[in-house]
Ligand binder design. Sequence first.
Ligand code: T6T
Length: 315
Amino acid sequence: ASAALVLAGCSSDGGNAGGSGEGSDEGYKIAFVQGVAGDEFYISMECGIKEAAEAAGATVTVQGPEKFDPTLQKPLVDSVVASKPDALLVAPTDVTAMAAPIQAAADAGIKVVLVDTTLDDPSMAVSQISSDNEGGGAAAFEAIKEAHPDGGKVLVVSIDPGISTSDARAAGFEAAAAEDENFEFLGIQYSHNEPATAAEIVTAALQKDPDIVGIFAANLFAAEGTATGVQQAGKTGDVTIVGFDAGPAQVEQLRAGVVQALVAQEPATIGKDGVEQAIAALEGESTEEKIQTGFTIITQDNIDGEGADAAYRSS
Ligand code: T6T
């Protein structure tokens, strides 16, 4: 049954909403530009987008850069703008570098909805939808504190600076850690969304500070590499790992006791809300400037319980 619990994979195939919609005058054309292709988080979001689009008679195209990198995402946004969709749902890979291409979309009359990540100045967007990333970071610290009530050294492994989501998660974690003097915050290190780099960071950090008690991995790929690094150091279970996101591998690692807690987002809901906001804007209806979606902390204690189940199902 665990197959039903994971992030990726649509519960239904979302109809043929992924089709090009070419030649059809009916229904809105929605373009979704992911933060990175092949990421289970964005695949789940795509499911939510396609389901909502199908319900509204809209068609969806989906593209994502090979890496979580604005220099690769910008040309995709440029080509989407040239294809003149009615709406663009986009997860900007950088808070400033993606501003100009997304502004160009809005200037071309395309309704822009920022999904997951946002920009420093999101004023061109009709709506922004994201998790409570700061709250998720604070909750990650609480999970480490629960396992190590006497405190100790804690580290954050993130993606790159300038990403709204992971920056907010790290900030939420750091602020919560600062409130407990028994914890020493060792800082944030950046893995560039490469699990191998995250593993190297963790290996080096554990060599320098073998008494680290907890590591917060601020997204799926950071968590994957962090788990590898801790395993290779032979410190599984001694170092508490809390990872953002709950992909299939993360769920397995939680069950295996390699990772102690996951912050599960609701990507399908973010996608569904994104489509609804885009369509409201296209219909001339009012939109919500900012929508915050929930998260669930999943541990071995609740992984098979209702809360976790609901979180997975909505993913
Ligand atoms: O954690 C998600 C997403 O929220 C973040 O903005 C980037 O990384 C993920 O896509 C997971 O890989």
